[in-house]
Ligand binder design. Structure first.
Ligand code: BGC
Length: 517
């Protein structure tokens, strides 16, 4: 999934390999996977704030939104059907990621990516041509099925194709592509809002990256890991040599084969996951995506234009503000890429949490002050700019902390043999809570009013304390030494027994990598 890297074969070893055409193609397809996911996140909020779209599909919301400012601002977009248009994608993604996980294993990564691409393509076409709400939601569900398949197979494909030393970078690179997809959606909405049929182009353009994934997956070979797993060892060897651009691949090939045999011995990753030694990563992997969604980020990503309209911005200004938050989101993600291995995960998590909390309190106070609980009022220009400024500072804080780290940390804390199941848990929890937030936000805004910002602020406080107490630093910790991180942690140590530790030079490692908070 977004940024999820599943390192299946190497234990910190590096093998010879070049940046070949295959790797470049794999990156292109993977970027399209990230872009399309981001595009789907960003597109629906802008479209649902377009008059021509609302009047055609959601006339009652349109009428309410057009009433004068004396009506309650907080409730004018409150419609379950409208939110279903946004959030149906995430339930579909959640359900299909389980099917995708078995197709990815039994038929290979390539066909799973193809399935993702083709369902995306059909979904985008149905959405672009929609004449009723049924077609809109059907299209969103197909896009969701595509997200489920692509997010399962693309990161896996990428981590198996790329040379080992590129994996970490590609991991956050995938998150960067998501933010670029969100920005592209915001920009396209901004341009297209000027035309009555603009929403058709906005929705239909999701077909472009979908087309790239579909064609790309047909042209690309399957990964050596997947070929070995399915009994095509000779072909796997040929492909590995081609992908790495060198004949010097015997070591890596042997390790891949051993890793494959090992993974066949493990009957059930799911059962292993319930062992005490996996309790720390399991708890962290469930809580991190849960908390990531409770930062409230998708309120901004899905509904920024609607939110800005709610607080009194004009059509153009709302969409423009969404573009501005989109740009901040991309730039702050780049900051994260640059500093994550230098300053570590905890510093970013903690700083991001404090900054988000301050901004949420500020936005809650500002909006509460302007609209009170009745939801009636108007914002002056300067006042609105201060609100947008706070929202931007909040987005930046998210984008260099919980955004990328919400995917990176769960992907690096499980023992090697159960990493892919760990990844499935991470994706499923994330999709589930993305759906919940998408579905209930507009109703929550209507009922909790400006208190909603304090609600998310409260969660940010809890998650920041959680990170401080329970999430150890994982920067530069080799996969096989992860167990020591837990063993040295004040709380988690009780779950790790001496027999779980098979690492040499424990003392040295303790000094060099492993610090408890
Ligand atoms: C989250 C998405 C969010 C995006 C914003 C991702 O890490 O999982 O839910 O929309 O960041 O950039």
């Amino acid at each position: 999934m977004a940024g999820g890297s599943i390192v299946t074969q190497v234990g910190g070893k590096e093998y010879p390999g070049n940046f070949t055409l295959f790797v470049a193609m794999a990156c292109l397809v993977a970027s399209s996977g990230g872009i399309i996911f981001g595009y789907d996140i960003g597109i629906s909020g802008g479209v649902t704030s377009m008059d021509s779209f609302l009047s055609e599909f959601f006339p009652s919301v349109y009428r309410k939104a057009k009433e004068d400012v004396s009506t309650n601002q907080y409730c004018k977009f409150d419609s379950q059907l409208l939110t279903l248009f946004t959030s149906s994608l995430y339930v579909a993604a959640l359900a299909s990621s389980f099917a995708a996980s078995s197709l990815t294993r039994t038929s290979g990564r390539k066909w799973s990516m193809f399935m993702g691409g083709i369902t995306f393509l059909i979904g985008a076409i149905i959405n672009g041509l929609a004449v009723n709400v049924f077609m809109l939601i059907l299209g969103r569900i197909l896009l969701g099925v595509g997200v489920g398949f692509a997010n399962q197979s693309v990161p896996l494909y990428l981590s198996e194709m790329a040379p080992a030393k590129l994996r970490g970078m590609l991991n956050i690179g995938f998150q960067l592509m998501i933010t670029i997809g969100i920005l592209a959606a915001n920009l396209i909405n901004y341009v297209m809002s000027k035309y009555d049929w603009g929403w058709r182009v906005s929705l239909g353009l999701a077909g472009v990256p979908a087309f790239i994934i579909t064609i790309g997956s047909l042209c690309l070979p399957d990964t050596p890991n997947s070929l070995i797993e399915r009994g095509h060892s000779e072909q796997a060897k040929e492909i590995l040599a081609k992908v790495r651009g060198t004949k010097d691949i015997q070591d890596e090939f042997n390790d891949l084969t051993t890793a494959c045999e090992d993974s066949k011995l493990i009957k059930s990753q799911w059962k292993d996951m319930l062992e005490p030694r996996c309790r720390p990563p399991l708890v962290v992997t469930i809580l991190i995506p849960f908390f990531q969604q409770l930062t409230g980020i998708n309120v901004i990503m899905f509904y920024a234009p609607v939110l800005f309209k709610t607080i009194g911005f004009g059509d153009d200004a709302s969409l423009m503000s969404a573009v501005i938050t989109g740009v901040i989101n991309v730039l702050a993600t780049v900051v994260s890429i640059v500093v994550v291995d230098k300053y570590g995960r905890r510093v970013l998590f903690l700083e991001g949490g404090v900054q988000m909390l301050i901004c949420q309190i500020a936005v809650g106070v500002l909006i509460g002050n302007a609209f009170g609980t009745s939801g009636v009022g108007e914002l002056s220009k300067t006042y609105s700019m201060v609100v947008v400024g706070c929202i931007c500072a909040y987005v930046a804080a998210f984008a260099w902390s919980w955004g990328p780290l919400g995917w990176l940390v769960p992907s690096e804390i499980f023992p090697l043999e159960i990493r892919s199941a760990g990844q499935t848990v991470n994706v499923a929890v994330n999709m589930f809570f993305t759906f919940i937030i998408g579905q209930v936000f507009l109703t929550m805004l209507c009922h909790m009013k400006f208190g909603l910002f304090f609600f998310f602020g409260g969660w940010v406080l809890i998650m920041t304390i959680f990170i401080f107490l329970f999430v150890p630093e994982t920067k530069n910790v080799p996969i096989e030494e992860m167990v020591l991180v837990w063993k040295n942690h004040w709380f988690w140590r009780k779950y790790i027994s001496e027999s779980d530790i098979h690492v040499e030079n424990v003392e040295m490692t303790k000094k060099s990598h492993v610090k408890t908070p």
